[in-house]
Write a protein that binds this ligand. Sequence first.
Ligand code: SF4
Length: 308
Amino acid sequence: MIQIADPKADPKADPKADPKASSKAPLAISPKADQKASYDKNKLHKRLRRETGKAIEDFNMIEEGDKVMVCISGGKDSLTMLDILMSLQRHAPINFELVAVNLDQKQPDFPEHILPEYFTSIGVPYKILEEDTYSLVKEMVPAGKTYCGWCSRFRRGILYKYAKQEGFTKVALGHHRDDMLGTLFLNLFYGGKMKTMPAKLLSDDKENIVIRPLAYCKEKDIERYSQLAKMPIIPCNLCGSQDNMQRQVIREMLVNWEKQHPGRLDSIYRGMTDIVPSHMLDASLFDFKSLQRQEPANTAQRVSVVNV
Ligand code: SF4
């Protein structure tokens, strides 16, 4: 028998929707629903594993002997990434090491015990770094502005430095397909650039290789899987900051597109993996200047075939 704290799935489970429900024991799920949840979880696990494995292979993200620093924020994406990488590690034909690393940025009410307990329970080596970037960001950012830009810049800097110091050969981040789609439009709409988060990246100082193993995974699959696997999700808004407005607008736009035109996001994503430089306008990617028309190899034969 399991309990699922998902008020959206069953309005009666929401104490606000049914005042009487608050005095009752938590909703018990029938064995049939239990079986269905377990089936869904396995199905999603297989799908996420297949897509992650494909991305790792396509971009040669992990190689024999790699020491991978798996960056864990405590959100659904990074915890799912860790779960799937551990599963792949158990069955991979190559040997590589995984270490879960969390940076405690001293956000108010950050539940410090959750991640160490979880990492111990799943048997992954881990390290918790502590750095009070929260106070720093609060001081720097004017009231009413979002903290996220500076917060992630500091986080990245600290994690990359630690990776170099400890000899990690790869730094794994939990961004997924929908993050990449959002970033593409953010750059296109507000930056005039056709670029997104790469699946594999050499850091600016050339000393770290950053990988995004969930590059082919959909956010809705990750979200559902993390719920079914009962991962101890820590929300990323303990700081009281909001994601920047532009990103929110793009997110809503993508969600609405998908509702109105199912499959549109898949199509855009496929487009990102199949760029045709000769049909774009970037002369640095395609040598338009040297384009020359070519004479057919054998004109006489071609004419005779046409005449027949
Ligand atoms: S929501 Fe808070 S913790 Fe998350 S990235 Fe933004 S500032 Fe940092």
